[in-house]
Design a binder for this molecule. Structure first.
Ligand code: C2E
Ligand code: CA
Ligand code: CA
Length: 406
């Protein structure tokens, strides 16, 4: 065998790997023909050629090779290392990883090879890592099943966090944030279930429910605001805009709820523009024409490419709390916020500072020209009923108390 530029050359008749030996990689056949045979009785199982993968089991498994591979003609192989695949798998959904493991276990069992310690035992967890993976996968599957039920039985709720005009500290609007009132787990925060909702596609129905609920609650919330242009923000995840029907349905919901489209702001993150650009762009365009305003959320945490600002018509930039939090302690954060706000001004759009927890930070942002602020200083996200009670009690929903953390 000779090796050049990651390609390995095997003359006809040479062994590529043998059954029973440790395997750390798979091979892509760039040229030639390979025979896969039983290493004990020599029986040929398959002959495969250019473009096919051999030894692939070693990519997800640390067990010995299950067959012997031999070059039938002069063969060129490209090695694919297990390290690489393991790194890619780490970023994959635990359900997929678990399924791979189960399938692999069954495959090995079907081979019934006596030199595998585990073939007699049903495919199951072996190492601590396998056990963790299995519990993550079963957890996710349970969560997914519960989540489908939750949509039907109305276990999701929206909490609303106030957004203030920094000048004069006046209540200008709210951001709707989803929570799940799980029958046994209690109040589940969105970051626990949103990824799974995205991956499973459930986010589309969930997202429409959010639009519906938020539009329904808006008349009551609106009465709490005191500015001339009150607004309600909702979060839209990339998968919602990728499905192509979102804009139409969302517009229909707003019409039947009697929502003024100019008062609904759709918050999107930069990842929306990386996935399904064309579809997302077309839908955003329609919603924007309809009258909804568009906010770029978590600005500063993604790629913050100026191209997004050039290609899409945003009305609002939401500065991520990561920078806001450090605005006093890090001069870099301060400079980044300042230059972002200069850009906001030049583009004639507005900005919301997120995660404001102190009056001092609110003051700095205001001085830098940031119009709106959101954060625990002004109020935590609360259910509509609680906001109404607070308002009835006259406990400063409309104008923020100095230094208060609601
Ligand atoms: P986000 O859109 O950036 O929302 C702001 C998050 O920061 C909220 O977390 C809020 O509770 C938290 N927050 C607000 N002020 C402060 C503060 O002063 N200090 C600190 N430490 N945190 C503050 P939450 O509600 O857990 O939501 C997390 C994320 O989940 C949201 O981040 C948003 O990306 C996503 N999300 C929430 N509701 C929805 C929804 O209905 N649809 C979609 N697609 N995503 C949602
Ligand atoms: Ca948001
Ligand atoms: Ca945000």
């Amino acid at each position: 065998m000779t090796e050049r530029l990651g390609r390995k050359h095997y003359p006809a008749g040479s062994v590529i790997f043998s059954q029973g030996e440790a395997g750390y990689s798979a091979f892509l056949i760039a040229d030639g023909l390979v025979e896969i045979a039983d290493g004990v009785n020599g029986m040929v199982r398959a002959r495969i050629g250019r473009g096919e993968l051999i030894g692939e089991v070693a990519l997800i498994d640390h067990q010995p090779r299950t067959a012997t591979a031999r070059a039938v003609t002069d063969t060129v192989l490209i090695e694919v290392s297990r390290d690489l695949v393991e790194r890619l798998l780490m970023d994959t959904n635990p359900i997929i990883r678990h399924i791979l493991n189960v399938v692999l276990g069954r495959f090995r069992k079907a081979l019934s090879q006596p030199d595998f310690q585990d073939t007699e035992r049903p495919a199951g967890p072996r190492t601590r890592q396998d056990m963790d993976l299995r519990s993550k996968a079963t957890d996710s599957l349970t969560l997914l099943r519960d989540m489908r039920d939750a949509l039907v039985s109305e276990q999701f709720v929206l909490h609303y966090q106030p957004i203030y005009l920094l000048e004069g500290r006046q209540l200008a609007g709210f951001e709707a944030l989803i929570r799940w009132r799980h029958p046994t787990r209690g109040l589940v925060p969105p970051l626990t279930f949103l990824d799974l909702a995205e991956e499973s596609g459930l986010i589309c129905d969930m997202g429409l429910w959010v639009v519906q609920r938020a539009c329904g609650d808006w008349p009551a919330l609106r009465r709490l605001t005191v500015t001339q242009r009150p607004f309600l923000s909702i979060n839209i995840s990339p998968a919602q805009l990728a499905d192509g029907t979102f804009a139409d349905v969302a517009m229909g919901i707003q019409r039947s709820a009697g929502m003024d489209p100019a008062e609904l702001k759709l918050e999107l993150t930069e990842s929306t523009f990386i996935q399904n650009q064309a579809v997302a762009q077309a839908q955003l365009h329609r919603l924007s024409e309809f009258g909804n305003s568009i906010a770029l959320d978590d600005y500063g945490t993604g790629f913050s490419g100026l191209a997004h600002l050039q290609n899409y018509r945003f009305h609002t930039l939401k500065l991520d709390q990561l920078f806001i939090r450090e605005i006093q302690s890090s001069s870099l954060s301060f400079q980044l916020v300042r230059s972002t706000l200069d850009m906001v001004r030049a583009l004639h759009i507005n900005a919301v500072g997120e995660g404001i927890e102190t009056d001092a930070v609110a003051d700095i942002l205001q001085q830098l020209g940031c119009q709106y602020g959101q954060g625990f200083l002004f109020g935590r996200p609360l259910p509509l009923a609680d906001l109404l009670v607070r308002n009835a009690d006259n406990t400063a929903v409309r104008s923020a108390p100095s230094g208060a953390s609601a």
